[in-house]
Design a binder for this molecule. Structure first.
Ligand code: GLC
Length: 407
């Protein structure tokens, strides 16, 4: 059997959500079916972490001025500054001869599409971002949507919510980011109760994650629960240091009741210390991996509604797995956390149901299988297994391929 040759492109080697999802997926791929190279546009911690799981990694450094372009200026990648890099990337792709070029970040989508087309390769865009004007500038939204529909071979999305921001598409595949086995905790029935109770928020410190809303809710809760503690787990990553400063200044009002862990290598250990996890994104989250991760440890979750989080918290075929509140509603957030803290038995029972549910619905093996199926379908070759045919649509939250009218 000839493995399908895939080159994955990502502009960053920082460990953001999409990159962690990539890392877990790569570790779960079957090397007899997929011959994979990850090509990153910068050096960073992801390089070593990918190699540690056996991945072949190359770094092709992008001009740092282009690499530092924030998402609000992604459209300017068309500027001449990126041009020499596109040609270097095209040369690298010609050497690597992939059947499929798989792009996993917005910058890699745009640069990778041009480079791959120059050397006539099929291109998959794996969207981890909602392509919407509440997150990206309008011209970028229009450009990305148009390219997704007309220039890309196929689109993979991390949630139905992300898909809805680019539809209609000729064909798209839903591949939820999956849980690696080591992320799933033991039956939460044995979970110790943290004393004193701790409410935490986990993730990059960023306006899109809502640490300020979390701290505003914490200020309300601090008066109602004198022994309650708060933890902000994570640090600023993508040029968001100003926001991190504002967050720390705001926390000063809560004195020693708030702790900042900074960046942590192992969020699992941090999740295990929480009584409740809050997910406070004020804008809709494309998927919300950390919500699934908390549930996989048996941690009760309060999350802001919107985007992929709704799919996780309100499954079609089961009871709600957590509490949802309106984005930006600080009083509602505090009230929802309070309700969980005041009824520990119901809260624990629901968290256990959520643990069962996410174990069933988000295994990393399903993510790896969905991507392998897409790649094999796009590059049919002698001896590739029949299971490489398009995924069968299913009603549950499993990876599925949707085919609209043929192009
Ligand atoms: C991005 C999204 C996040 C998602 C992750 C994995 O980081 O912002 O919502 O969980 O990618 O798909």
């Amino acid at each position: 059997m000839t493995p399908v040759r895939v080159v994955v492109l990502d502009h960053t080697a920082q460990t953001g959500g999409a990159e962690l999802a990539l890392l877990r997926t790569v570790a779960a791929l079957d090397p007899s079916r997929v011959d994979l190279t990850v090509l990153l546009f910068a050096e960073g911690p992801l390089v070593g972490r990918l190699r540690a799981v056996g991945a072949r990694v190359e770094v092709l450094a992008l001009d740092p001025r282009v690499a530092a372009t924030g998402r609000h200026a992604v459209g300017r990648l068309g500027s001449l500054r990126a041009a020499p890099f596109v040609f270097r990337l095209a040369r690298a792709l010609r050497r690597l001869r992939p059947d499929v070029v798989h792009c996993t970040s917005l910058k890699a989508d745009l640069i990778g599409l041009v480079a791959a087309r120059l050397v006539r390769r099929r291109v998959v865009w794996h969207l981890h971002d909602r392509i919407a004007a509440d997150y990206l500038p309008r011209p970028v939204v229009a450009l990305v949507r148009w390219l997704a529909r007309h220039a890309v071979t196929e689109v993979v999305v991390n949630s139905r919510a992300t898909a809805s921001t680019v539809l209609p598409l000729p064909r798209w595949t839903l591949a939820y980011p999956g849980l690696a086995p080591e992320q799933v905790g033991p039956d939460p029935i044995h979970r110790p109760t943290p004393t004193p109770p701790v409410v935490g928020i986990v993730g990059r410190i960023s306006p899109t994650k809502g640490q300020r809303e979390f701290l505003a809710a914490a200020a309300l809760l601090a008066d109602r629960f004198p022994d309650l503690r708060f933890r902000v787990i994570g640090d600023a990553l993508f040029a968001e240091a100003d926001y991190a400063e504002q967050v720390r200044a705001q926390a000063a009002g809560l004195a020693d009741r708030v702790e900042f862990t900074g960046w942590v290598a192992d969020p699992v250990a941090e999740l295990d210390r929480l009584t409740v996890m809050v997910h406070a994104s004020p804008t809709p989250e494309p998927f919300g991996q950390v919500v699934v991760e908390a549930m996989a440890r048996g941690v009760p979750v309060v999350a802001t509604a919107g985007g992929g989080v709704d799919e996780i918290v309100l499954p079609r075929d089961a009871e709600p797995r957590g509490a949802l509140v309106r984005p930006g509603d600080v009083a509602g957030l505090a009230a929802a956390v309070e309700a969980l803290l005041r009824d520990p038995e119901t809260t624990a029972a629901r968290a256990r149901q959520a643990w069962f549910g996410v174990r069933r619905d988000y295994p990393i093996t399903a993510t790896a299988e969905a991507l392998t199926a897409v790649w094999c379908r796009l590059a049919p070759g002698p001896g590739r297994p029949a299971s490489a045919a398009p995924g069968r649509p299913s009603s549950g939250p499993r990876p599925v391929t949707r085919v609209s009218a043929a192009r």
